[in-house]
Design a protein around this ligand. Structure first.
Ligand SMILES: C[S@@+](CC[C@H](N)C(=O)[O-])C[C@H]1O[C@@H](n2cnc3c(N)ncnc32)[C@H](O)[C@@H]1O
Length: 396
């Protein structure tokens, strides 16, 4: 394979589009022959406790490394000298980006976007070719073969594909996943010891971050191939959440089905104990960027309603959404139909008066700082749904 082709019937997440190409290195083909890439995302862990004194002088190379951002590289690929030089240039750019972390008073000031970000993105739009080491089609690389000592740091390492058809969008990382992860990292006290259900988890990034504070996370999606990728990401990032003791279980949860899969032939099926645990203990639900198709949005809300109204306890659901504006000939205007439909579904949910559960919907202000490096565009939104059981679900 000489070059990667980006076809017009596929979509590419902004997360991958705007990150300089050098950081995205293909490591293998997955079981269905799609190129798999690895990206690393650094958690700026001490952000809410950091002052200039905490992190020292950012002019000092070592200290800058401590607060480095998205410093992604992978050594599986045989880098030529040119690539090594390009990497150094990239690292210089990243260093420059961290220099604006302090404001005039010396307080930490996390940038939404480095000053040269747009320019560098424009330069990257033509996408350099990446010359990967292809293992062999369908062959999974053992985790030990990753030869960098990345596991001791705050980097989340995510395997993903680049451009995909709509059916496979879960194999990419979307900005909504970062936004939710950011909210979790900013509000850890809300989630400590929780049992969490993530719907449409994709690559698993948000569940991985959630596991740094919560106790049990059911990380769910559909499609064996996607879930294999998700499971790999969860195993390979144990260093991020292992010490906290959070447990992530990858399970199938298809919004187009009324029940949870218990067929033991499916590697991601639920056991009876897990189903009981889900309904007895879940107090947090998450979904990042799952509202892009009206039929799926309807199916999602039906699934969520069914689950929420059967939980024993009060729960809070956090939903991230990105308004994607399109010009349509039908309306001769810029519209955002998928988002409008999502808002209708939220309003419908809030108006439900079934005598079993009361739903309260609130928008969350995005004023919290960024622990992760991504573009927090104004089209990103975060919503919360409080579900209050009116009668004990054990009596139903
Ligand atoms: C745009 S991706 C978001 C993935 C991830 N949450 C993120 O933000 O990176 C939408 C996700 O919804 C999932 N999805 C689509 N249809 C689904 C269904 N019927 N049941 C469960 N998940 C579904 C996809 O597999 C995909 O992972």
């Amino acid at each position: 394979m000489d070059s990667i082709t980006f076809r017009s019937d596929t979509v590419l997440s902004d997360v991958h589009m705007y990150t300089p190409n050098i950081r995205h290195l293909m490591v293998r083909l997955n079981a269905v022959g799609q190129p798999v890439f690895v990206s690393k995302f650094r958690i700026l862990r001490n952000i809410n406790v950091c002052s200039k004194d905490d992190i020292g002088d950012l002019g000092n190379e070592e200290n800058r490394e401590l607060v480095g951002v998205n410093n992604a590289s992978t050594s599986r690929v045989d880098c030529s000298n040119t690539m090594a030089n390009e990497k150094k240039d990239e690292e210089k750019k990243e260093t420059a980006a961290t220099e604006i972390l302090l404001d005039d008073d010396g307080d930490l000031d996390v940038p939404r976007r480095p000053s040269d970000f747009v320019n560098s993105c424009e330069k990257d739009l033509w996408r350099e070719k990446v010359y990967p080491t292809i293992i062999s089609k369908g062959e999974e690389v053992p985790f030990e073969e990753y030869d960098e000592d990345w596991s001791i740091c705050n980097d989340i390492r995510i395997e993903h594909t680049m451009d995909t058809t709509l059916e496979d969008v879960g194999k990419q990382i979307w900005r909504g996943a970062f936004l939710l992860a950011d909210y979790i990292l900013n509000n850890t006290y809300l989630f400590r010891g929780s049992t969490v259900l993530e719907l449409g988890a994709g690559t698993g990034l948000t569940s991985i971050v959630m596991a740094t504070v919560a106790k049990t996370i059911f990380c769910t999606d559909v499609g064996e191939d996607l879930m294999n990728m998700c499971e790999r990401n969860i195993i390979v990032n144990k260093h991020i959440y292992g010490a906290a003791g959070g447990e992530i279980k990858v399970r199938e949860l298809d919004w187009l089905r009324d029940d949870l899969c218990t067929d033991t032939k499916n590697p991601y099926c639920w056991s009876e104990e897990e189903i009981a645990h889900l309904y007895d203990y879940t107090n947090v639900l998450l979904a990042a960027d799952v509202f892009y198709d009206d039929d799926l949005t309807d199916a999602f809300f039906q699934t969520m309603y069914r689950i929420l109204s059967n939980l024993k306890n009060r729960s809070i659901t956090y939903l991230s959404v990105e308004k994607r504006l399109n010009f349509t000939l039908r309306k001769m205007d810029v519209t955002c139909d998928a988002y409008d439909h999502f808002r209708l579904c939220l309003a419908d949910l809030e108006s439900i008066n079934d005598g079993k559960t009361k739903f309260i919907v609130e928008a969350i202000k995005l004023t919290f700082p960024q622990f992760l490096f991504y573009e927090r565009v104004e089209q990103l939104e975060l919503w919360k749904i409080i579900a209050e059981p009116l009668i004990s679900n054990t009596q139903q």
